[in-house]
Design a protein around this ligand. Structure first.
Ligand SMILES: Nc1ncnc2c1ncn2[C@@H]1O[C@H](COP(=O)(O)OP(=O)(O)OP(=O)(O)O)[C@@H](O)[C@H]1O
Ligand SMILES: [Mg+2]
Length: 254
């Protein structure tokens, strides 16, 4: 199964991705986190993993990718990540692992004026489209903030879109747009509330009447402090198990 985790900036996409990946690993699954955010730098720290080589760098950077695209041998296959690639076939230097969770980075903006993020987006789309996960593997794609990944159809290879909703008007309003886009691509869609307390949870739930809300993760000092210190997220939140159950039950009719 492939799951895209999306939402507005700062809503908690990376936090939810990491907490979910760790919980799935504890439940005997083999999660692969795909860091498809071209800007943020520290997802590996939340996982407690080393930083692997990213795919863009591994392909020789922008020049390497351009040369690859111009190579006549690639002419019939403009994609950058071969069809039906297994997780076991990804070069070891491009994977890190901690607590049973694997991490793959598609690329990062690194230099002033180097160009836009389109190339990284196309690598992300290739990965999500062509990776063929095994039965026990769950691919969790940590998207960049906002909706651009939908514009690029990076989510096209995913089975499920999880929209992370923090207690803000913007986040709630974005739910409608994300649901439409997920449905337009015929993908399942669900909301995960994040940074909730008793009051905000009820308020946000009332605003999301009719939406499939599968979990409400509380505002947690432990999460916040670990992230601030650049440390691995080791806290166990029972609300994250609600997401695991949803994935395992296969009840994604919403
Ligand atoms: N449940 C939570 N409890 C406390 N703090 C949280 C929680 N979820 C996220 N945070 C904090 O909120 C901030 C943003 O979280 P995070 O980086 O996961 O968001 P994001 O949506 O991935 O952001 P970006 O759009 O930059 O990728 C971080 O400081 C993180 O520690
Ligand atoms: Mg993030």
């Amino acid at each position: 199964m492939k799951v895209m985790i999306c939402g507005k900036g700062g809503s908690g996409k990376s936090t939810v991705t990491v907490l979910l990946a760790k919980a799935l690993a504890k439940n005997g699954k083999t999660p692969l986190v795909v860091d498809a955010d071209e800007s943020n730098l520290c997802l590996h720290r939340l996982l407690g993993a080393d930083l692997p080589a990213n795919l863009l760098d591994d392909m020789g950077g922008r020049a390497g990718v351009k040369a690859r695209r111009q190579n006549p041998l690639m002419a019939g296959s403009p994609e950058l990540f071969a069809a039906d690639t297994r997780v076991s076939e990804i070069p070891a230097r491009c994977l890190a692992e901690a607590d049973g969770v694997k991490l793959l980075l598609t690329g990062k903006i690194q230099a002033y004026g180097e160009g836009c993020a389109c190339m990284i987006g196309s690598i992300s789309r290739s990965v999500v489209t062509h990776l063929r996960e095994a039965e026990d593997e769950v691919v969790l794609v940590d998207a960049e903030a906002g909706l651009e990944h939908f514009g690029r159809r990076i989510d096209a290879g995913c089975d499920l879109v999880l929209h992370v909703v923090d207690p803000t008007h913007e986040s709630v309003a974005m739910a409608e747009r994300v649901r439409e886009m997920a449905d337009g691509g015929r993908r399942s869609f669900a909301c995960v509330l994040n940074k909730m307390d008793a009051v905000t949870k009820d308020l946000v739930l009332s605003r999301l009447d009719g939406y499939p809300v599968i979990a409400a993760i509380p505002l947690s000092d432990s999460v916040f402090q670990a992230a601030l210190g650049g440390e691995s997220l080791t806290v166990n939140l029972p609300e994250v198990d609600d997401i695991c159950r949803y994935l395992e039950d296969g009840d994604r009719s919403g």
